[in-house]
Write a protein that binds this ligand. Sequence first.
Ligand code: C5P
Length: 302
Amino acid sequence: MKISSRKLTISSPVKLNLHLAVKDKRPDGYHSLESVFMALDYGDTLHLEFAAKNSLVIDLEGVKFAVPMEENIIFKAVSLFRSKTGFDQGVRINLKKCVPPAGGLGGGSSNAASILLGLNVLSGAKLNHKKLLEMAVSLGSDVPFFINQIGAAWVSGRGEYVNTVKPPKCFCVLVYPGFSSDTNAAYKLLDQCREGSGGTKEAALTEKECLKALSGKPESWPFKNDFLAVSPDSQKTVYQNIFSKFSELGASFSGLSGTGSTCFGIFTKMPQAEKAVDALKKNWDFVRLALPAKKGAVIVSK
Ligand code: C5P
């Protein structure tokens, strides 16, 4: 296999789910989704370089993850790439983690997509998009969006159907409330709530309705997140508190990303968004201002 370069750096942006509707449970145990994804110009950075043959060193710079290394999605992405391509060079990965883990921003999924994209260049394997997409789907529902390296999309299926859309012009403020969300548990809770309420689906909007709304003003966005209604009361109270704050501070729209726990406010003017960040920092440790990204993961150096 031809080796194209010895090391590279790749950005790993986060996403917001401006809208997230969970549809039926599929025979494979996953749920079909309909969602508006938007990448932000904020996220982690990954450095990849060759190391001793067959070795894999993942340097997380002291960040502790809740799962053992073998279950870490970065480890899984490297293993999958190796098994599909036969790439057996050692790799050292350094992750500069800025994004709170399990916060609904797709941080881990974005890391996994960046690993696949980065290894594809570093190894010289040059797999085509279809092959990378197949690997992305098997790693998780959010990974296909990131593998497409785009700004925004209507995402459906288990996450594998990604239709590029134009990102809205806005300023996003993120608030991580200090607790994470267990994706698996959130889907289970959603199923239980639906069984109890005759299968009501709250966030049903067509693709056409979503795309039309996206090109309009954020204050009239009809977007919803199905996980909000079924989140435990203690969390819902925190989310409602953050949404009220966003509203007081002049946000045109606010919502929950993924299964939680990160809340976001959408502003149409930068000074207002900056003031909101200052005000929110008085109550919350993690508050960030971010802009919609023109494209997703970018290889920033070789
Ligand atoms: O996609 P990811 O691997 O992060 O999902 C974690 C868990 O959440 C899955 O194992 C599944 O139980 C649930 N899930 C689901 N439907 C999806 C995405 C996730 O049921 N579309």
